[in-house]
Design a protein around this ligand. Structure first.
Ligand code: MF3
Ligand code: CO
Ligand code: CO
Length: 273
């Protein structure tokens, strides 16, 4: 049974219901999401050839600590790092390590902070030095598919319309949409109902209502859509080893559309060198 509930009236754990948030919640989300966006802005100056993904991870932790926020990733289901760093053919959940990034790599950095109990989740792609045109195009297509998905969000529309808009655009650009991961409800819980699929039909899924908050985070591949999980049980990579990209925003449904909580204060969400 589909049910929408006042977030103040349900326990702080996954119940499968769709929480409806009020203005106070939106204010909390604005704060934490802006912090996540600012950390991603700062990372533009840090991501360079020679830097390791562990150094990126340490920055994410200390930037949060400096602003009273904890990374939601840390200790989440046994995950031992502050962010995910997914490079080249890695689709998502790349684990930071001591290997330096190299000129020509593209890397997704995915940050979620918790501040005053609210979660702000966002990710962007970073070029490492000069990258190939194909990699740059994949980043452009992925960012645009996220924005196409966001553009359809408003009360009365089904979650499937978001996926349909993303799939239509990405496939017209001869790219493929990863099916194995989705966007998610978020708020005082990191991963909540509903699931936001990045493919499908406009009438699929549940109807959006004002006050819902969720992420949209399409993973788009240059080659085929199939992914497999590495032996660390976290990291997903493309089966055909083709490049993969992802962008993620946290949004809240308003009367007429949505508010993008994780927009870059410096307006540099899509960054090219
Ligand atoms: N930030 C990811 C998301 O977009 C989740 C990462 S969970 C972790 O939903 F444990 F891998 F960090
Ligand atoms: Co994320
Ligand atoms: Co997310």
């Amino acid at each position: 049974m589909v049910s929408y509930v006042d977030y103040k009236k349900v326990p702080l754990k996954y119940t499968g219901q769709f929480r409806i948030f009020d203005e106070a919640a939106f204010a909390g989300m604005r704060k934490v999401c802006e912090l996540a966006a600012r950390s991603l802005d700062e990372l533009i100056h840090i991501v360079k050839p020679g830097i390791t993904t562990n150094e990126i991870d340490h920055f994410v932790f200390s930037f949060g600590a400096d602003h009273g926020a904890l990374p939601a990733d840390l200790n989440y289901r046994g995950y031992m790092h502050s962010c995910c760093t997914s490079k080249n053919h890695v689709v998502c959940h790349g684990i930071p390590d001591d290997r330096p990034l190299r000129e020509g790599d593209i890397v997704n950095i995915d940050v979620t902070y918790i501040l005053d109990g609210w979660h702000g989740d966002s990710s962007r792609m970073y070029p490492v030095g000069i990258i190939k045109r194909a990699a740059e195009r994949l980043m452009e297509v992925t960012h645009e598919s996220l924005m196409k998905g966001i553009a359809v969000v408003k009360p009365g529309v089904h979650t499937g319309a978001i996926g349909a808009a993303i799939q239509l655009y990405a496939e017209a650009e001869r790219c493929s949409v990863v099916r194995d991961f989705c966007g998610h409800g978020i708020g005082q819980i990191f991963h909540d109902a509903p699931n936001i699929l990045h493919y499908g039909k406009s009438n699929d899924g549940i109807e959006l209502r004002k006050g819902m908050i969720f992420t949209i985070e399409p993973m788009i591949n240059l080659g085929k859509a199939e992914v497999k999980t590495l032996k660390n049980d976290w990291t997903a990579v493309t089966c055909d080893h083709s490049l993969s990209a992802q962008y993620e925003h946290t949004v809240g449904v308003t009367e007429t559309g949505c508010e993008i909580f994780t927009l870059s204060p410096k307006n540099i969400f899509f960054y090219q060198i």
